[in-house]
Ligand binder design. Sequence first.
Ligand code: FES
Ligand code: FES
Length: 149
Amino acid sequence: MNVKMTLNGEPFSAETPSDSLLVDVLRLNGFTGTKEGCGVGVCGACTVIVNEVPVASCIYLAALAQGQDVWTVEGLTTKDPALLDAFVEKEGMQCGICTPGQVVSAYALGIENPKASESEIREFMAGNLCRCTGYVTITESVRTYLASK
Ligand code: FES
Ligand code: FES
């Protein structure tokens, strides 16, 4: 099938099998910022925004994105530089696998609850797993990003 969407604010289309997952279509077309960790919708590494809502692109058919407004970490950090600045300033990353999903979810929280408390930040970000930072610097990064809004 030919899947068409708005991707990072630009028209995008790709020929792909009808059962392709969105994470695969993105990565095969150069949007490698979106990572695949668990592949079963649990870790959050593959998070992208579809119509202003975070989705796990590893369990989301590309066909469902037909005609939708999709944003990846590449587009979001270009559109809103404060996002990346906050993670750099607070050192909220280490491995590069979970970080894109953390950044995308931080953006989503900025849409849903820009005045989130620390506990609300932690609850919202609970679907983004990190196996090494202990979440303190990630939470600080998200808090710093929200403060910029
Ligand atoms: S790779 Fe999609 S949730 Fe883990
Ligand atoms: S920084 Fe990616 S798993 Fe911890």
